[in-house]
Design a protein around this ligand. Structure first.
Ligand code: PRP
Ligand code: URA
Length: 208
């Protein structure tokens, strides 16, 4: 599936501040959360609605709701957890699973260290969240683990993606719809996205 690049002047504005190396931890975290709201909004466009009857102060009427518990958001630890805040502002009862992966700095291959999903994950719409999609290794591995668990409906939200990672993801998991706020130019020789924003985990958690 072709990736969906979400565009909006406010999103461009927030991305500009996010990328700036002078932006401090507090603002960086807030921006990650706000940008996630935009991506989540877009990714939920085809969410199933159920008709319900409610009573306004004036009268009874039909209204439409999603079943929040049908959705499971899966941050890739560490940086992906910085996006949870934005998700739960929109869908406070969503289930949250966790995948722990880090990139070996020499091989750039993802190393797995944690995996915990809610019960019945195979029947949920799963939305993986990670601010950076670089070589695609971490995202591909997270999707593979979820598919091994029987998950059929997977989407992937990233804030900044590199063309190399997007191509690889589409090749290995063509059924997964990717949403991102920016498609950058390329990866440098140590696997960082150019122009990017640096190391997302370090900037979210202040470990620079
Ligand atoms: C970052 C990022 C992704 C991964 C992307 O995590 O949050 O998970 O790199 O790179 P890839 O597409 O080449 O796999 P990192 O490995 O730095 O771990 P951290 O979140 O714990 O800092
Ligand atoms: N992970 C990051 O945090 N930043 C990059 O540019 C690439 C991978």
């Amino acid at each position: 599936m072709k990736p969906i690049k979400v565009t909006h002047p406010l999103l461009e504005h927030k991305l500009a501040i996010l990328r700036d190396k002078k932006t401090g931890t507090k603002e960086f975290r807030e921006l990650i959360s706000e940008i996630t709201l935009f991506l989540c909004y877009e990714a939920m466009k085809d969410a199933k609605l159920t008709e319900v009857e409610i009573e306004t102060p004036i009268t009874k009427t039909k209204a439409y709701k999603i079943d929040e518990k049908d959705f499971c958001f899966v941050p890739i630890i560490r940086a992906g957890t910085g996006m949870i805040d934005g998700i739960v502002k929109m869908i406070p009862n969503a289930k949250i699973g966790h995948v722990g992966l880090y990139r070996n700095e020499e091989t750039l291959k993802p190393v797995r260290y944690y995996y915990k999903m809610p019960k019945g994950i195979e029947n949920k719409q799963v939305i993986i969240i990670d601010p950076m999609l670089a070589t695609g290794g971490s995202g591909i591995d997270a999707i593979t683990l979820l598919k091994e668990d029987g998950v059929k409906n997977i989407k992937f939200l990233s804030i900044i993606a590199a063309p190399e990672g997007l191509n690889k993801m589409q090749e290995v998991h063509p059924d997964v719809q990717i949403y991102c706020a920016a498609i950058d130019d390329h990866l440098n020789n140590v696997g960082y996205i150019v122009p990017g924003l640096g190391d997302a985990g370090d900037r979210i958690f202040g470990t620079v």
